[in-house]
Write a protein that binds this ligand. Sequence first.
Ligand code: KG4
Ligand code: ZN
Length: 379
Amino acid sequence: MLVLGIESSCDETAAALVADGERILSSVVASQVKTHEKYGGVVPELASREHLRKIVPVVDQACRVAGAAAQDVDAVAVTQGPGLIGSLLVGVVYAKAWALALGKPLVGVNHLEGHIHAVWLENKIARRAGRDDPPARFPCVTLVVSGGHTILFRVTTREDGGAPIFSYTRLGQTRDDAAGEAFDKVAKLLALGYPGGPVIDCLAPWGNADAVEFGRIKVRGNPLDFSFSGLKTAVLYRVRGNRLEREAEERRAWLTAQQGQRPSLEELRQRCSQETLDLVASFQQSVVTDLVERTLLAAHATGTDCVFVSGGVACNSLLRRRFAEAGQREGLSVFFPSLALSTDNAAMIAAAGYFKLLAGECNDASLNAHASLPLGFST
Ligand code: KG4
Ligand code: ZN
Protein backbone atom coordinates (compact mmCIF):
# COMPACT_ATOMS: atom_id res chain seq x y z
CA MET A 1 0.00 0.00 0.00
CA LEU A 2 1.47 3.32 -1.11
CA VAL A 3 0.58 6.15 1.27
CA LEU A 4 1.10 9.85 0.60
CA GLY A 5 1.86 11.60 3.89
CA ILE A 6 1.33 15.35 4.30
CA GLU A 7 2.64 17.36 7.27
CA SER A 8 2.17 21.09 7.87
CA SER A 9 1.61 21.42 11.63
CA CYS A 10 4.27 24.07 12.30
CA ASP A 11 6.98 25.53 10.08
CA GLU A 12 7.87 22.68 7.73
CA THR A 13 5.82 21.84 4.65
CA ALA A 14 6.44 18.14 4.07
CA ALA A 15 5.23 15.33 1.84
CA ALA A 16 6.41 11.74 1.56
CA LEU A 17 5.54 8.51 -0.17
CA VAL A 18 5.90 5.43 2.02
CA ALA A 19 5.22 1.87 0.87
CA ASP A 20 3.67 -0.62 3.31
CA GLY A 21 4.47 1.59 6.27
CA GLU A 22 8.17 0.79 6.07
CA ARG A 23 9.82 1.82 2.80
CA ILE A 24 10.39 5.54 2.25
CA LEU A 25 10.24 6.20 -1.50
CA SER A 26 10.51 9.96 -1.02
CA SER A 27 10.52 12.46 1.81
CA VAL A 28 10.50 16.15 0.93
CA VAL A 29 10.71 18.85 3.59
CA ALA A 30 10.53 22.57 2.79
CA SER A 31 11.84 24.45 5.80
CA GLN A 32 10.67 27.95 6.70
CA VAL A 33 13.70 28.78 8.85
CA LYS A 34 14.66 31.71 6.61
CA THR A 35 11.20 33.26 7.05
CA HIS A 36 11.11 33.03 10.83
CA GLU A 37 14.75 33.46 11.87
CA LYS A 38 14.64 37.25 12.07
CA TYR A 39 11.81 36.96 14.61
CA GLY A 40 13.60 34.28 16.67
CA GLY A 41 10.50 32.06 16.58
CA VAL A 42 7.67 30.87 14.35
CA VAL A 43 5.21 33.60 13.31
CA PRO A 44 1.92 31.71 12.77
CA GLU A 45 0.48 33.99 10.09
CA LEU A 46 3.67 33.86 8.02
CA ALA A 47 3.85 30.09 8.50
CA SER A 48 0.40 29.44 7.03
CA ARG A 49 1.06 31.72 4.05
CA GLU A 50 4.29 29.90 3.33
CA HIS A 51 2.55 26.51 3.56
CA LEU A 52 0.05 27.75 0.98
CA ARG A 53 2.90 28.62 -1.38
CA LYS A 54 4.78 25.35 -0.83
CA ILE A 55 2.17 22.62 -0.46
CA VAL A 56 1.57 21.96 -4.18
CA PRO A 57 5.24 21.89 -5.30
CA VAL A 58 6.25 19.82 -2.26
CA VAL A 59 3.62 17.12 -2.90
CA ASP A 60 4.49 17.13 -6.61
CA GLN A 61 8.16 16.73 -5.79
CA ALA A 62 7.44 13.83 -3.41
CA CYS A 63 5.62 12.01 -6.25
CA ARG A 64 8.36 12.82 -8.76
CA VAL A 65 11.19 11.61 -6.52
CA ALA A 66 9.29 8.37 -5.81
CA GLY A 67 8.62 7.92 -9.53
CA ALA A 68 4.91 7.65 -8.76
CA ALA A 69 1.93 9.14 -10.55
CA ALA A 70 -0.93 10.52 -8.46
CA GLN A 71 -3.04 7.48 -9.41
CA ASP A 72 -0.39 5.11 -7.97
CA VAL A 73 -1.05 6.45 -4.48
CA ASP A 74 -3.41 4.18 -2.53
CA ALA A 75 -4.28 6.53 0.33
CA VAL A 76 -3.53 9.93 1.86
CA ALA A 77 -2.49 10.48 5.50
CA VAL A 78 -2.39 14.01 6.86
CA THR A 79 -1.44 15.63 10.16
CA GLN A 80 -4.69 16.70 11.79
CA GLY A 81 -3.18 18.23 14.95
CA PRO A 82 -1.83 19.34 17.33
CA GLY A 83 -0.14 22.40 15.85
CA LEU A 84 -0.78 25.89 14.54
CA ILE A 85 -4.33 25.98 13.27
CA GLY A 86 -3.62 28.06 10.14
CA SER A 87 -0.72 25.77 9.23
CA LEU A 88 -2.65 22.56 9.89
CA LEU A 89 -5.57 23.74 7.78
CA VAL A 90 -3.42 24.09 4.68
CA GLY A 91 -2.33 20.44 4.86
CA VAL A 92 -5.75 19.10 5.83
CA VAL A 93 -7.63 20.98 3.11
CA TYR A 94 -5.10 20.01 0.45
CA ALA A 95 -5.13 16.34 1.53
CA LYS A 96 -8.93 16.28 1.46
CA ALA A 97 -9.02 17.82 -2.02
CA TRP A 98 -6.38 15.36 -3.25
CA ALA A 99 -8.17 12.32 -1.83
CA LEU A 100 -11.58 13.44 -3.09
CA ALA A 101 -10.36 14.30 -6.57
CA LEU A 102 -8.60 10.95 -6.99
CA GLY A 103 -11.13 8.85 -5.08
CA LYS A 104 -8.57 7.65 -2.51
CA PRO A 105 -9.08 6.93 1.20
CA LEU A 106 -8.01 9.64 3.63
CA VAL A 107 -6.87 9.35 7.23
CA GLY A 108 -6.04 12.02 9.82
CA VAL A 109 -2.95 11.42 11.96
CA ASN A 110 -1.95 12.92 15.29
CA HIS A 111 1.43 14.65 14.90
CA LEU A 112 2.71 13.05 18.12
CA GLU A 113 1.74 9.59 16.87
CA GLY A 114 3.82 10.43 13.79
CA HIS A 115 6.88 11.20 15.93
CA ILE A 116 6.45 7.87 17.76
CA HIS A 117 6.16 5.98 14.47
CA ALA A 118 9.31 7.70 13.18
CA VAL A 119 11.33 5.62 15.66
CA TRP A 120 9.76 2.33 14.62
CA LEU A 121 10.01 3.19 10.92
CA GLU A 122 13.69 4.05 11.25
CA ASN A 123 14.38 0.83 13.13
CA LYS A 124 12.73 -1.24 10.38
CA ILE A 125 14.77 0.61 7.74
CA ALA A 126 18.02 0.02 9.66
CA ARG A 127 17.31 -3.68 10.11
CA ARG A 128 16.35 -4.15 6.48
CA ALA A 129 19.62 -2.49 5.50
CA GLY A 130 21.44 -5.18 7.49
CA ARG A 131 22.42 -3.06 10.48
CA ASP A 132 22.44 -5.12 13.64
CA ASP A 133 20.15 -2.79 15.61
CA PRO A 134 17.93 -4.75 18.02
CA PRO A 135 14.24 -4.71 17.07
CA ALA A 136 12.31 -1.76 18.49
CA ARG A 137 9.41 -3.26 20.41
CA PHE A 138 6.26 -2.57 22.36
CA PRO A 139 5.36 -1.88 25.08
CA CYS A 140 7.73 1.05 25.20
CA VAL A 141 8.00 4.41 26.88
CA THR A 142 8.30 7.27 24.37
CA LEU A 143 9.60 10.76 24.99
CA VAL A 144 8.41 13.17 22.31
CA VAL A 145 10.51 16.28 22.73
CA SER A 146 10.36 19.16 20.28
CA GLY A 147 9.67 22.87 19.93
CA GLY A 148 5.99 22.36 20.69
CA HIS A 149 5.92 19.27 22.93
CA THR A 150 7.62 17.54 25.80
CA ILE A 151 5.51 14.54 26.65
CA LEU A 152 5.96 10.98 27.87
CA PHE A 153 3.78 8.12 26.66
CA ARG A 154 3.52 4.45 27.36
CA VAL A 155 2.78 2.76 24.05
CA THR A 156 1.28 -0.71 23.81
CA THR A 157 0.10 -2.68 20.84
CA ARG A 158 -2.25 -5.56 20.22
CA GLU A 159 -3.11 -7.48 17.08
CA ASP A 160 -6.56 -7.20 15.57
CA GLY A 161 -7.17 -9.25 12.42
CA GLY A 162 -3.47 -8.97 11.52
CA ALA A 163 -3.26 -5.21 12.04
CA PRO A 164 -1.42 -3.81 15.08
CA ILE A 165 -3.59 -1.47 17.12
CA PHE A 166 -1.60 1.05 19.15
CA SER A 167 -2.71 2.57 22.38
CA TYR A 168 -1.10 5.53 24.06
CA THR A 169 -1.13 6.47 27.73
CA ARG A 170 0.10 9.94 28.65
CA LEU A 171 2.41 9.60 31.63
CA GLY A 172 3.54 13.21 31.95
CA GLN A 173 4.04 16.40 29.99
CA THR A 174 5.41 19.89 30.28
CA ARG A 175 3.51 22.31 32.47
CA ASP A 176 4.88 25.33 30.59
CA ASP A 177 7.53 25.56 27.87
CA ALA A 178 8.51 22.64 25.67
CA ALA A 179 12.22 21.75 25.86
CA GLY A 180 12.83 22.91 22.26
CA GLU A 181 11.06 26.16 23.02
CA ALA A 182 13.41 26.69 25.98
CA PHE A 183 16.43 26.09 23.69
CA ASP A 184 15.01 28.57 21.16
CA LYS A 185 14.22 31.23 23.79
CA VAL A 186 17.63 30.99 25.47
CA ALA A 187 19.31 31.26 22.06
CA LYS A 188 17.16 34.30 21.27
CA LEU A 189 18.02 35.92 24.60
CA LEU A 190 21.73 35.38 23.97
CA ALA A 191 21.46 36.34 20.27
CA LEU A 192 22.85 33.04 19.01
CA GLY A 193 20.53 32.60 16.02
CA TYR A 194 17.50 30.48 15.17
CA PRO A 195 16.53 27.73 15.67
CA GLY A 196 18.30 27.71 18.99
CA GLY A 197 18.58 23.96 19.63
CA PRO A 198 21.11 23.12 16.92
CA VAL A 199 23.21 26.25 17.67
CA ILE A 200 23.39 25.53 21.40
CA ASP A 201 24.16 21.88 20.64
CA CYS A 202 27.14 22.99 18.51
CA LEU A 203 28.43 25.71 20.89
CA ALA A 204 28.05 23.76 24.15
CA PRO A 205 31.18 21.57 23.72
CA TRP A 206 33.29 24.76 24.06
CA GLY A 207 31.73 25.57 27.42
CA ASN A 208 32.07 24.05 30.88
CA ALA A 209 28.72 22.41 31.63
CA ASP A 210 29.44 22.43 35.37
CA ALA A 211 30.28 26.15 35.50
CA VAL A 212 26.74 27.26 36.36
CA GLU A 213 24.86 25.24 38.97
CA PHE A 214 21.17 25.48 38.06
CA GLY A 215 20.11 22.70 40.43
CA ARG A 216 17.58 20.01 39.71
CA ILE A 217 14.33 21.12 38.05
CA LYS A 218 11.54 20.71 40.57
CA VAL A 219 7.95 19.91 39.59
CA ARG A 220 5.26 19.47 42.22
CA GLY A 221 2.87 16.54 41.88
CA ASN A 222 3.46 14.12 39.01
CA PRO A 223 7.23 13.36 38.88
CA LEU A 224 6.84 12.56 35.17
CA ASP A 225 5.77 16.12 34.33
CA PHE A 226 8.31 18.64 33.04
CA SER A 227 8.85 22.37 33.51
CA PHE A 228 11.44 24.47 31.71
CA SER A 229 10.24 28.04 32.23
CA GLY A 230 12.04 28.36 35.60
CA LEU A 231 15.33 27.35 34.02
CA LYS A 232 14.78 29.81 31.18
CA THR A 233 14.14 32.57 33.75
CA ALA A 234 17.27 31.56 35.68
CA VAL A 235 19.28 32.05 32.47
CA LEU A 236 17.58 35.43 31.97
CA TYR A 237 18.59 36.58 35.47
CA ARG A 238 22.23 35.60 34.80
CA VAL A 239 22.25 37.68 31.62
CA ARG A 240 20.13 40.72 32.41
CA GLY A 241 21.92 43.87 33.46
CA ASN A 242 25.48 42.58 33.22
CA ARG A 243 28.14 42.20 30.57
CA LEU A 244 26.54 39.08 29.09
CA GLU A 245 23.62 41.26 28.06
CA ARG A 246 25.89 43.82 26.39
CA GLU A 247 27.76 41.02 24.65
CA ALA A 248 24.43 39.59 23.40
CA GLU A 249 23.38 43.00 22.10
CA GLU A 250 26.63 43.32 20.16
CA ARG A 251 26.10 39.86 18.70
CA ARG A 252 22.51 40.76 17.78
CA ALA A 253 23.70 43.83 15.88
CA TRP A 254 26.37 41.76 14.14
CA LEU A 255 23.84 39.03 13.20
CA THR A 256 21.44 41.66 11.82
CA ALA A 257 24.26 43.14 9.74
CA GLN A 258 24.74 39.72 8.09
CA GLN A 259 21.42 40.38 6.28
CA GLY A 260 20.18 36.81 6.33
CA GLN A 261 23.60 35.28 5.58
CA ARG A 262 24.15 32.56 8.15
CA PRO A 263 27.54 33.02 9.89
CA SER A 264 29.72 29.96 10.34
CA LEU A 265 29.78 28.30 13.73
CA GLU A 266 33.40 29.37 14.14
CA GLU A 267 32.53 33.04 13.50
CA LEU A 268 29.70 32.81 16.02
CA ARG A 269 31.85 31.09 18.62
CA GLN A 270 34.50 33.77 18.33
CA ARG A 271 31.86 36.32 19.29
CA CYS A 272 30.93 34.39 22.45
CA SER A 273 32.83 34.91 25.69
CA GLN A 274 33.81 31.88 27.75
CA GLU A 275 31.14 32.94 30.23
CA THR A 276 28.44 32.75 27.54
CA LEU A 277 29.71 29.36 26.34
CA ASP A 278 29.70 28.07 29.94
CA LEU A 279 26.15 29.32 30.43
CA VAL A 280 24.96 27.66 27.24
CA ALA A 281 26.66 24.35 28.13
CA SER A 282 25.24 24.40 31.66
CA PHE A 283 21.74 25.18 30.39
CA GLN A 284 21.88 22.32 27.89
CA GLN A 285 23.17 19.91 30.52
CA SER A 286 20.36 20.87 32.85
CA VAL A 287 17.66 20.25 30.20
CA VAL A 288 19.22 16.98 29.06
CA THR A 289 19.67 15.65 32.62
CA ASP A 290 16.03 16.37 33.37
CA LEU A 291 14.75 14.75 30.16
CA VAL A 292 16.82 11.61 30.68
CA GLU A 293 16.00 11.25 34.38
CA ARG A 294 12.24 11.61 34.00
CA THR A 295 12.17 9.26 31.02
CA LEU A 296 14.10 6.61 32.96
CA LEU A 297 11.75 7.10 35.87
CA ALA A 298 8.82 6.50 33.50
CA ALA A 299 10.45 3.32 32.19
CA HIS A 300 11.03 2.01 35.72
CA ALA A 301 7.58 3.05 36.96
CA THR A 302 5.88 1.17 34.13
CA GLY A 303 8.27 -1.80 34.12
CA THR A 304 9.29 -1.11 30.51
CA ASP A 305 12.74 -1.91 29.13
CA CYS A 306 12.34 -0.21 25.76
CA VAL A 307 12.54 3.57 25.29
CA PHE A 308 11.85 5.64 22.16
CA VAL A 309 13.02 9.26 21.90
CA SER A 310 11.71 11.44 19.08
CA GLY A 311 11.04 15.05 18.00
CA GLY A 312 13.44 17.86 17.05
CA VAL A 313 15.29 17.91 20.39
CA ALA A 314 16.06 14.21 19.85
CA CYS A 315 18.74 15.52 17.43
CA ASN A 316 20.68 16.86 20.41
CA SER A 317 24.04 15.12 20.63
CA LEU A 318 24.37 15.31 24.42
CA LEU A 319 20.84 13.88 24.81
CA ARG A 320 21.70 10.97 22.53
CA ARG A 321 24.94 10.31 24.42
CA ARG A 322 23.33 10.49 27.85
CA PHE A 323 20.48 8.18 26.83
CA ALA A 324 22.92 5.69 25.30
CA GLU A 325 24.96 5.66 28.55
CA ALA A 326 21.86 5.34 30.71
CA GLY A 327 20.50 2.55 28.51
CA GLN A 328 23.72 0.57 28.91
CA ARG A 329 23.89 1.19 32.63
CA GLU A 330 20.29 0.28 33.32
CA GLY A 331 19.72 -2.48 30.77
CA LEU A 332 17.28 -0.49 28.64
CA SER A 333 17.13 -0.41 24.84
CA VAL A 334 16.95 3.22 23.71
CA PHE A 335 15.95 4.03 20.14
CA PHE A 336 16.26 7.32 18.23
CA PRO A 337 15.29 8.05 14.64
CA SER A 338 17.91 9.46 12.26
CA LEU A 339 18.22 13.25 12.43
CA ALA A 340 16.03 13.65 9.31
CA LEU A 341 13.22 11.62 10.86
CA SER A 342 13.58 13.23 14.31
CA THR A 343 12.46 16.67 13.15
CA ASP A 344 9.13 17.25 11.42
CA ASN A 345 8.67 15.19 8.28
CA ALA A 346 5.85 13.51 6.40
CA ALA A 347 7.30 9.99 6.20
CA MET A 348 6.37 9.48 9.87
CA ILE A 349 2.82 10.65 9.12
CA ALA A 350 2.50 8.26 6.17
CA ALA A 351 3.84 5.38 8.33
CA ALA A 352 1.46 6.12 11.21
CA GLY A 353 -1.42 6.57 8.74
CA TYR A 354 -0.67 3.22 7.09
CA PHE A 355 -1.33 1.36 10.35
CA LYS A 356 -4.56 3.27 10.91
CA LEU A 357 -5.76 2.39 7.43
CA LEU A 358 -4.74 -1.24 7.97
CA ALA A 359 -6.89 -1.23 11.11
CA GLY A 360 -9.84 0.05 9.07
CA GLU A 361 -9.68 3.69 10.17
CA CYS A 362 -10.63 6.23 7.54
CA ASN A 363 -11.96 9.80 7.48
CA ASP A 364 -14.37 11.50 5.16
CA ALA A 365 -14.52 15.10 3.95
CA SER A 366 -15.61 16.24 7.43
CA LEU A 367 -12.02 15.71 8.68
CA ASN A 368 -10.94 18.91 10.39
CA ALA A 369 -7.76 20.33 11.89
CA HIS A 370 -7.45 20.59 15.70
CA ALA A 371 -4.80 22.85 17.23
CA SER A 372 -4.72 20.91 20.50
CA LEU A 373 -5.69 17.41 19.39
CA PRO A 374 -4.79 15.11 22.29
CA LEU A 375 -3.18 11.69 21.85
CA GLY A 376 -4.16 8.80 24.09
CA PHE A 377 -5.39 8.72 27.63
CA SER A 378 -4.07 10.37 30.72
CA THR A 379 -3.05 8.28 33.73
O1 KG4 B 1 10.03 18.35 15.88
P1 KG4 B 1 10.39 19.72 15.40
O2 KG4 B 1 11.04 19.80 14.03
O3 KG4 B 1 9.14 20.67 15.37
C1 KG4 B 1 8.17 20.67 16.38
O4 KG4 B 1 7.26 19.80 16.34
O5 KG4 B 1 8.34 21.53 17.28
O6 KG4 B 1 11.35 20.37 16.52
C2 KG4 B 1 11.92 21.64 16.39
C3 KG4 B 1 12.62 21.96 17.69
C4 KG4 B 1 13.15 23.38 17.79
O7 KG4 B 1 12.78 23.93 19.03
C5 KG4 B 1 14.66 23.19 17.72
O8 KG4 B 1 15.40 24.18 18.41
C6 KG4 B 1 14.83 21.84 18.37
O9 KG4 B 1 13.72 21.09 17.89
N1 KG4 B 1 16.09 21.19 17.97
C7 KG4 B 1 17.10 20.91 18.84
C8 KG4 B 1 18.13 20.38 18.06
N2 KG4 B 1 17.73 20.31 16.76
C9 KG4 B 1 16.46 20.83 16.72
N3 KG4 B 1 17.19 21.10 20.16
C10 KG4 B 1 18.34 20.73 20.76
N4 KG4 B 1 19.40 20.22 20.08
C11 KG4 B 1 19.34 20.02 18.75
N5 KG4 B 1 20.39 19.50 18.09
ZN1 ZN C 1 7.06 17.79 15.63
